[in-house]
Design a protein around this ligand. Structure first.
Ligand SMILES: Cc1cc2nc3c(=O)[nH]c(=O)nc-3n(C[C@H](O)[C@H](O)[C@H](O)COP(=O)(O)OP(=O)(O)OC[C@H]3O[C@@H](n4cnc5c(N)ncnc54)[C@H](O)[C@@H]3O)c2cc1C
Length: 203
């Protein structure tokens, strides 16, 4: 109300509060629309797949920067494989045959001996994408509404420090210097923070 948070409606009822943090990758544009906040985030699918279990042979995660694929072996022996973002905006966790065909052909370029291994499941996640591939963290023009979004394809590894930084932002109503480069206002100020190299596969 009047550019200020007064509460949040949840599926378990209404909570009166003057502070709300939105950390909902894949849904950020929808939540921001509720508070009439414009961000440059779009949603693109990122797909992955898993094979049947094999005896252990791969002890590292292997990434090809030229074929844009990665593969690792889980403790259950399955190969976990993925590639770059799907090249279109879509709010869906639908996965596709095109993805698994393209990925398989690149994996077989590297490891022809995998040609008889079966893929047992595949899926897509919805990735929050920003124009500079860096997250949006901190305060927003809506008083009491904070954002931790836009982590794209590489948000796992930043989870501990982003949690700590956002907790500090909420406690002091001021973003720590560490996350200054990730402020939402950088897009108005033309001070982008290029992080395209942060993900292991190219986009
Ligand atoms: C296939 C795939 C592979 C990936 N591989 C890697 C990798 O190897 N390394 C890496 O660092 N990152 C990887 N990522 C990216 C990583 O998953 C994301 O960047 C990260 O999870 C984003 O964290 P988040 O906390 O912003 O959102 P999420 O982890 O997506 O969490 C958001 C949560 O918000 C919930 N939510 C949504 N809407 C609402 C609502 N209205 N109310 C309440 N809750 C809501 C969701 O259910 C979800 O639990 C991968 C992503 C995908 C899809």
């Amino acid at each position: 109300k009047a550019n200020k948070v007064v509460g949040v409606q949840t599926s378990r009822g209404y909570i009166a509060t003057n502070q709300v943090l939105s950390a909902v990758a894949g849904f950020t544009p929808r939540i921001c629309k509720m508070v009439d906040l414009a961000t440059p985030i779009i949603i693109q699918p990122l797909q992955a797949c898993v094979t049947e279990p094999m005896k252990p042979w791969l002890d590292h995660i292997l990434v090809s920067g030229s074929l844009h694929v990665y593969v690792s072996q889980s403790s259950r022996g399955e190969l976990v494989m993925g590639a770059a973002l799907d090249p279109y905006e879509m709010h869906s966790t639908r996965s596709s045959l095109e993805f698994v065909e393209g990925l398989s052909s690149h994996i077989l370029d590297m490891f022809p001996f995998l040609s008889n291994v079966k893929i047992v499941r595949q899926w897509a996640g919805m990735a929050d994408m920003t124009p500079d591939f860096a997250p949006i963290m901190g305060k927003t023009p809506i008083e009491g509404f904070y954002l931790d979004a836009g982590w794209g394809t590489w948000g796992f590894k930043a989870t501990p420090i982003s949690g700590k930084s956002m907790a500090a932002t909420i406690a002091h109503d001021r973003a720590p210097d560490l996350i200054h480069s990730f402020r939402l206002s950088r897009f108005d100020e033309f001070e982008l923070t290029g992080e395209k190299g942060a993900a292991s596969v190219g986009h």
